[in-house]
Design a protein around this ligand. Sequence first.
Ligand code: GTP
Ligand code: ZN
Length: 205
Amino acid sequence: MVNPVSADLPDPAKVPPFDHARAEAAVRELLIAVGEDPDREGLQETPARVARAYAELLVGMRQRPDDVLTTTFDLGHDELVLVHDIELWSMCEHHLVPFTGKAHVGYVPADSGKITGLSKLARLVDVYARRPQVQERLTTQVADALMEILDARGAIVVIEAEHLCMTMRGVRKAGSRTTTSAVRGLLRSDPATRAEAMALIHRGR
Ligand SMILES: Nc1nc2c(ncn2[C@@H]2O[C@H](COP(=O)(O)OP(=O)(O)OP(=O)(O)O)[C@@H](O)[C@H]2O)c(=O)[nH]1
Ligand SMILES: [Zn+2]
């Protein structure tokens, strides 16, 4: 069966490899554009460093969610599993500066009790975070992946983040935070399960 989440994504095999030479040339051009001398001693290695840094920051472009949700156990546990305060670093696709905060990720496993390793929820967040992103899409993608790949009966993802494009530049509102949520399946339709999840997320704060 074609997985809709994966089908929507560029196949990592088709995303061209990170072009270090091209990224280095672009950073050199940027340094010239801002009035710097890319050949002065302190900047000589900077294009290569920045290229390596971006390759790392955007590594999720070449990863698939089903690559990290591989480990599943059949524990017969079919009630809410929630990991909160997952550290999050992503890159705003409008300004290519970071947004950072916390993700709270929960799901109600399939009737079969198929669950995944807790660390895999954090890895799933990273797969989608380490790309040019907007917070709303990141939130949606994590929730949809849980539903589709784990056959979860419900999913909840709440992300609270500070966007550096709003704090260190632009409108410059330091401390402003944005909260987004995506709620699916049982966690959307059953008020008691949803309230339980929200209470756990708030308690973790
Ligand atoms: N919805 C949403 N907006 C975002 C996100 N990250 C950044 N933005 C916003 O994207 C918008 C881009 O607006 P533009 O007017 O095209 O860009 P700009 O001139 O740099 O805007 P300012 O940031 O207001 O200076 C800004 O309002 C940002 O705050 C995100 O994750 N979700
Ligand atoms: Zn931005």
